[in-house]
Design a protein around this ligand. Structure first.
Ligand SMILES: Cc1ncc(COP(=O)(O)O)c(C=O)c1O
Ligand SMILES: N[C@@H](CCCC[NH3+])C(=O)O
Length: 441
């Protein structure tokens, strides 16, 4: 059992997070419940800032809010002084409602709608990360119409694709995101944005993948962008002020995962920046981690309900949530670790598989998990659910999305209320014609 952040096992043999007994949290807030270790989130953010400070480079750390975006989370990011990456009007709206300074927000996405561009311009966000030529001209036109100038980064597809354990160099990258580097698309984008009256290009962005465990892919991406920056300086006199290397830093979901320490990723990038910009002022370097800020700080508490044994084959224990609150196992075959929060000191004595409660055979959260003898009513804690769980949760089977609490120093604060049955039908309408007096056949 790996205890992360402020997690520990208390005298009662219960899992405790942020000084709060999880058995009590489950009683107070119900289950399923997302528990977020606030101190751990903050220290993950500070780890990036510290790692960059040591490099001596100018830098910015952004938080990719797609990983977990709520009012309280945006407020926390604001307090920590980070930038915020949003990809929709919904994420932007949440940030603004949380009082996040718009000038520290930047807008991603491969198909921002005209309304989203207008919203960003209206509230004065810091940057748009322009993804394609359609967006380039649309943003220019809309900025001109408003009599303003939009600062932009150009999203590039550098031809580096990183996966958990390795990276590949691709030629003409087949991706829906960004301007392709190999074919020269990005050069055309630089020229167009320099000519555009409503745009001010500040630099480049790339994102090479997610859950990455080595620095080589990031090194190569920096080398490619440094070369691009030099080519654009030589060709158009364009000075790259910002290089955003994206997110994707891996975390440890289970024993096999071996992420590098944050400092190792950042110092590797910094080395490439210094080499790539030798003799000239290096740009400000940005990263935008999501998963590695919140992933390991989240734990989901489930109540175990039914138990079914298929003799000689497998024992299924079912929890009161499933692929609606954590779609990652079903979507990506993601694996998770879990333990009994109410009997955390007991050694494992059986192997079970954890099923969700949804009407899908694929609704399995964990296969072959070693636990003490499980009983109905036990509390299961699944760790590392802070990223892409709440944010990807849905109402399949009309299940209600769980509540979220932030825990810290023995305090538990409800930051997202559990959905109610009423919430589920709030936006439903029955057409008037269905109220017709004629009897239904
Ligand atoms: C453009 C961009 N930036 C940042 C991220 C965050 O990635 P991660 O959560 O793996 O750090 C993503 C998601 O993969 C992304 O698409
Ligand atoms: N949602 C994915 C990652 C995609 C990140 C967005 N580019 C996950 O849960 O791992």
């Amino acid at each position: 059992m790996q205890l992360r952040g402020t997690s520990r096992i208390n005298e009662r043999g219960h899992l405790e997070i942020g000084g709060c007994d999880t058995v009590e949290l489950a009683e107070q807030f119900g289950t399923p419940l997302y528990v977020m270790d606030e101190q751990m989130i903050r220290s993950r953010m500070r780890a990036y800032v510290e790692a960059f400070r040591k490099t001596g480079l100018r830098f910015r750390v952004g938080y990719a809010s797609k990983a977990f975006n709520t009012l309280a989370m945006c407020r926390l990011v604001a307090e920590e002084g980070l930038y915020l990456d949003v990809v929709s009007d919904g994420e932007l709206y949440t940030a603004l409602k949380a009082g996040f300074p718009p000038e520290r927000i930047y807008f991603h996405g491969n198909n921002k709608t005209p309304e989203e561009l207008d919203m960003g311009l209206e509230v004065g966000i810091g940057w748009f990360v322009v993804d394609n030529f359609t967006e380039l001209s649309m943003l220019d036109a809309r900025a001109c119409k408003k009599g303003t100038i939009a600062r932009i980064l150009l999203r590039t597809t550098p031809g580096v694709e990183a996966h958990t354990h390795n990276y590949i160099q691709t030629g003409q990258e087949d991706s829906k995101f960004g301007f392709d580097l190999a074919s020269g698309q990005v050069h055309k984008a630089v020229r167009l944005s320099l000519e555009a009256e409503g745009l001010e290009p500040d630099g480049f962005h790339c994102h090479i993948g997610s859950q990455i465990f080595e620095a080589d892919g990031f090194r190569l991406a920096v080398r490619k962008l440094a070369k691009l920056a030099e080519d654009c300086r030589a060709a158009y006199g364009f000075r790259t002020r910002v290089l955003n290397i994206g997110g994707g830093f891996g975390i440890r979901y289970s024993g096999e995962d071996r992420p590098l320490p944050t400092e190792a990723y950042i110092s590797a990038m910094a080395e490439e920046i210094r080499t790539g910009f030798a003799g000239v002022q290096p740009p400000e370097v940005w990263v935008e981690p999501g998963r590695s800020i919140v992933g390991e700080a989240g734990t989901t508490l489930y109540r175990i309900g039914t138990i079914k044994e298929v003799p000689g084959i497998r024992k299924y224990v079912a929890v009161d949530g499933g692929m609606n609150d954590n779609p990652r196992p079903a979507l990506y075959q993601a694996s998770y670790e879990a333990y009994l929060a109410n009997r955390a000191k007991e050694p494992p004595s059986e192997t079970v598989s954890v099923a969700g409660k949804l009407c899908e055979t694929g609704d399995m959260l964990i296969w072959d998990l070693d636990l003490p003898r499980v009983e109905s009513g036990d509390l299961l804690a699944v760790s590392c659910t802070g990223a892409y769980n709440y944010s990807m949760a849905n109402n399949y089977n009309r299940l209600r999305r769980p509540a979220v609490v932030f825990v810290r120093d023995g305090r538990a604060d409800l930051v997202v209320q559990r959905e109610s049955l009423e919430d589920l039908i709030r936006n439903d309408r029955i057409p008037e014609r269905m109220f017709s007096p004629e009897p239904m056949e």
